[in-house]
Design a protein around this ligand. Sequence first.
Ligand SMILES: Nc1ncnc2c1ncn2[C@@H]1O[C@H](COP(=O)(O)OP(=O)(O)OP(=O)(O)O)[C@@H](O)[C@H]1O
Ligand SMILES: O=P(O)(O)OC[C@H]1O[C@H](OP(=O)(O)OP(=O)(O)O)[C@H](O)[C@@H]1O
Length: 717
Amino acid sequence: MPITRFQLYSAAPWLSSPHLQTTFLSLFGKAPSVTYRRQLFIALDGGTIALDWPTYSDVAEGSSRVIDDSAAIKRDKTPIVIVIPVLKKFGCGQYAKHLAFNLARSSWNVVSNNRGLGGVSLTSDCFYNAGWTEELRKIINHIHCEYPEAPLFAVKYLGEDGTNTLLYGAAAICSPWDLLICDRFINRRSVQKICDRVLTLGLQGISLSCPVLQIVNALKRRSSSINYVEHVSVPLLCISALDDPVCTSEAIPWDECRWVRAVDELFGVLSTNPYVKGTRKRSLQCSTDQGLHMSVMGDGSVTTMANEAEALSSSNEHATHNNKDEETNSEEGKQGNQSSNATVQGLIDMLSRRRRQSMWLLAQIDIITIGPLNISGRIQSYPPSTVDHLRPPTISFISCCSSQLQTAFVNGTLDSKIAERDKIRIGLPSKGRMAADTLDLLKDCQLSVKQVNPRQYVAQIPQLSNVEVWFQRPKDIVRKLLSMDLDLCIVGLDTVSEYGQGNEDLIIVHDALDYGDCRLSLAIPKYGIFENIDSLRKLAEMPQWTIEKPLRVATGFTYLGPKFMKENGLWHVTFSTADGALEAAPAMGIADTILDLVSSGTTLKENNLKEIEGGVVLESQAVLVASRKELIQRKGALDSTHEILERFEAHLRALGQFTVTANMRGGSAEEVAERVLSQPSLVGLQIGGSGVLISSLTYIFDEETPRWRELLSKLGM
Ligand SMILES: Nc1ncnc2c1ncn2[C@@H]1O[C@H](COP(=O)(O)OP(=O)(O)OP(=O)(O)O)[C@@H](O)[C@H]1O
Ligand SMILES: O=P(O)(O)OC[C@H]1O[C@H](OP(=O)(O)OP(=O)(O)O)[C@H](O)[C@@H]1O
């Protein structure tokens, strides 16, 4: 049962020390018996990653299921919780098991992972490290593309990816927050040092084969989630024990966690949440505690409280609220909600004035206990049918969000974000293959971009006064179009398809800008078992691919890749990913095939690889893409898009067309006309003669272009 400040947990006297509690749990704690279905992946560095899915039979009371590869499950909307244990020795594995078990019983699907944990061998010299989030990012991408409809819940990573994260929410349980402070805490007292030794003993079995890393303080600082927490943009529940023997409360980012701008959102939830009871004043014990607190009661109810209430009561403006709150302290229901909100609002106003900041609010839950957390009391169970409502506000009252919170997220509508700016934003590739050609196309359409230097990421198009250009990396452009930070963009079709993942908000306005041509294609070695394989069908029919030994594909396209394979009947497939030079993977023995972009085919040839019939996933070239919501809702967005589209269409239509002005001999205008019309090859022209002008055309305008009509119909206009 969760213990809150109002129900202080008193341990038995013989177990009063948190160290003893942890040791007790490690020795005598009985974790639920859960068996896992394990999926193993080999990363490109040779490391082994395991995803462990708890099985249904172990949580029979609930409705959690084993996730398999069937198409039906792929459409499953059951939320998936990714549990990321840090250590499994010293009792920590018990926490993870309790967590997984209770989540699964509450109808959530659960997957647990980390390199080198849970008996997974370390097969590369790269060990788990708190600051290395790249692997987690890839895993989240992988799970998301496997189960695109299931909301994902899993802090450094969240802060790094800000609004770009694929997660819907997260919980950090006993996070060390600041590794340096925790390290110093552990080494401060001898009892802590013993604890450190025990942890190290637990690690010995796996760490002996690894090179010992001399982790310097700077690295600890950089790897700490405390530096990133303010950029988190999804609901984040942080649960810390104030007497944690390792993750000391001194490292908790009290201030950062409180800097939440989503005040209205929080109020909305408070006023509508049936569990909200009255407010209570109570002086808090911890010297670092200042500000507003919300506490989750044992029955799942939420209570607000504040240790600055005394200060508040001295403020005339808010005295009325406080008095009322005290009187109605024990009241429940609507009246309680109102007084709760009034108190919260009063504190916000007072603190805002004091700190001279616009608006902020803390939302914090303190749990003072040690031992397995039975979280079923607080994380609610959502049947799949209600999963669409899983996005806050349902759990947002425990959120810690950055000020960059998407408005769509806050209010469930897009309007306030739409109102935030009056310029239309077009995203263009900042560097790479597409960058120069994109600028050339715009220039050829008399839409030159004025960028003072290439490092300046915002620029203007003087011809379009209400349009701003934002230079970004192609994949970020698509993400920002989805998050409505951009309205329009030019990128390759492959990038939109991969990172847009079929999102209906993305509309291809112009699908053939005539540069950046390439294809996403499957390539296999020319040698060995593939020597006689020349088609996808033959590849799929090879007897070698089984559950135990699947076809290994190296690709950066972790959404399109699995989708293509399944659509083509290749079921026994695993994917590994890397940022470039994928063509080396088969020769290195890391993969059997690669799925990558090809244009001239030179790279494949140089690496002894070949394309196969039916292996092309996508033909790509540069495209103009827009956000449907932006086109509909942002004033001027559709007009600007129309103008850009018209110029692109007219210019591309004019490519390869020339005007020729020539002198032609003839007795009269009629005679010249007759000679021209009777000779399609214009034999009578004296090219090279005096007065002949040949110039390429810039535009051939249509009254109304087909693509514009198509766009209007896609927008339902
Ligand atoms: N031979 C090719 N290889 C890769 N991309 C190509 C090729 N030909 C055209 N393109 C286009 O160029 C895009 C890649 O451009 P760029 O190199 O800037 O991006 P990137 O490698 O995805 O970026 P980043 O370096 O941020 O990962 C592709 O998405 C594709 O649309
Ligand atoms: O068919 P080709 O003309 O040979 O082009 C194909 C290669 O170009 C791209 O790589 P890039 O040059 O972007 O380098 P990368 O592999 O490091 O991404 C792509 O990933 C292929 O490797």
